[in-house]
Design a protein around this ligand. Sequence first.
Ligand code: AMP
Ligand code: GLY
Length: 424
Amino acid sequence: MKVLVVGSGGREHAICWSILKSPKVSKVFCAPGNAGIDSIVNIVNIRLDDLDGLLDFALNEEIDLTIVGPEQPLAIGIVDLFRRNKLLIFGPNQHSSQLESSKEFSKIFMKKNDIPTANFESFSDFDLAREHIKRSEYPLVVKADGLAAGKGVRVCYNFEEANEFLIFIMQDKIFSTSGDKVVIEDFLEGEEASFFVFTDGKSILPLDSSQDHKRLLDGDLGPNTGGMGAYSPAPIVDQETRENIMVDVGDPVFAAFKRDRIDYTGVLYIGLMIKDKKSKVVEFNCRFGDPETQPLLFRLNSDAFDLFYMTAKEELSKYKLEWKKKSSVTVVMAAKGYPGKYETGIPIKNLSEFQDKNVEIFHAGTRKVNGDININGGRVLGVTAEGDTLKDAISSAYRSVDKLDSTNLVYRKDIGKKGLIKIA
Ligand code: AMP
Ligand code: GLY
């Protein structure tokens, strides 16, 4: 089977790495990829938003399955286009992917189907939104409706903060048309974790949990980032919490898809706020998380290609999911200065020589130039390790992090610590 993976991050590196283990896979392409992906599969220089270019490539190469990593191609309709051309593709269509690409769509869906989430109101008029934040109690959460690369949400502790963010979104248009509407919702208390389910429209398969570390600095301090590390499973999602997630969220979402004829094929990322074993949905994403996918797929024992393929073929109910009895951890190494300004084009000196059979370094922002692997993006590497316990996995990941040239990289030293506290 020939597979095309769309994306260029650590998540796509992990997807390529995991499907390559399948005996059914003969060739993998990744567009546009990165230096790490280049070392294991064939990278193709086609941009994420060049849907016609991706389609031409898939038709010419007679690709058997396309797997979409990030949200942008889904939101602009890659799945609809590929299906119209009789190509098999993993991911939801444009309409369904509004569960991620429009916060308002997602909140209305949840309210209509009694899925637990924060109370909200949405506005397309600045003055009405401003009146609302004047009357509201704080903290309060202000969200740009559309995609904003993880930057469109602010938890506000007073009117001034909410007003400032509202001006940025609706008047300064810092997120362009993604800020045509805003969703303003109640603040939820608890601990965040994510839970992943697959569905092919006929059945739903719960995968497992993961916990991201969104802030830049140890102790959950500093600015928000795309994610500085993750581990899986997340001890906060114990058996009872997991059952509650499926009863309160997973099953009703699947029933609503069927009832409302929402054609959803792919993975649903359920972002949760958990308190006393009960969860409320913070957000839905229509794709795997990054970096959550790296530790999650690291633990998968069954055939990863089959998981994607059988979902796309609507044969998911036949898939036998199996996990390694391990914990795994990803420590993200980011460019100095991220999430603000950072320098690119600097080589990471000893990366090419690094080898450890129990550790994988999934690349994100890297580029090969004259044999060197250079920094080419904010999040650069995701050092991923496993262990019999979470503690072992953390030690193993940090042993490898310590061996790498980190002159121009920064990383958190406490990835997984929250999980250890839960177990203790
Ligand atoms: P979202 O893009 O909607 O997931 O929001 C980004 C981040 O903002 C989340 O991961 C949470 O940390 C925080 N957040 C969003 N909505 C809420 C809420 N209602 N209550 C508390 N925190 C929230
Ligand atoms: N790590 C958060 C996300 O992928 O949305």
